[in-house]
Design a protein around this ligand. Sequence first.
Ligand SMILES: Cc1cc2nc3c(=O)[nH]c(=O)nc-3n(C[C@H](O)[C@H](O)[C@H](O)COP(=O)(O)O)c2cc1C
Length: 186
Amino acid sequence: MRTIAVVVGSASARSINRRLANALERLGADRFSFVRVQIDGLPMFNVDLSRDPPAAVVRMKGEIASADGVIIVTPEHNRSVPAVLKNAIDWGSRPAGQSCWIGKPAGILGASTGQTGTAAAQQHLRNILSPQQVVIMGQPELYLHWKEGMVDSEGLVVDDMVKKRMEAFLERYAAWVERVGVKRAP
Ligand SMILES: Cc1cc2nc3c(=O)[nH]c(=O)nc-3n(C[C@H](O)[C@H](O)[C@H](O)COP(=O)(O)O)c2cc1C
């Protein structure tokens, strides 16, 4: 079974994207082994620290590097990716030549309370990850305009249409991982 690192781009304990990630992991439990990667405790990126990074950074990079793929579940902040996610991507990308992101087959999805459902954030995320040679699945795109009751507190997807879209996403992502091929650190 492939191991997939799941990154949630929110520091909030009540994050709707954390609930969405819970639901995705539950739906995909028969296909993948998921590892949730904590990014909200990372210090602000500072290149001065990158040669001898803090333990939380080493842990995060190790979890990403040893996974077969990455799924990012992100909110949208001011039409872009939240700072906590950009910070994690920056940490993962350094030192030069030691990025944990290179070659990872990736899927991205997200929910927001706004009508655009993270479309702008996901577009920015594609721009940011491409130079890191992350190989991002193009379709299906999964932007969700969050409505309370869509996912229950146990991580069960209540809305049938959303559930179908998430299942389709997981099916296509499983094929994407095999197509791209895994590039896992030893
Ligand atoms: C600083 C900030 C900026 C936001 N900007 C957007 C935005 O550009 N588009 C949008 O749809 N929602 C925006 N929102 C609303 C978020 O969709 C909403 O707070 C959502 O719950 C964030 O996801 P989370 O609960 O997983 O952290 C913003 C929220 C914050 C706090």
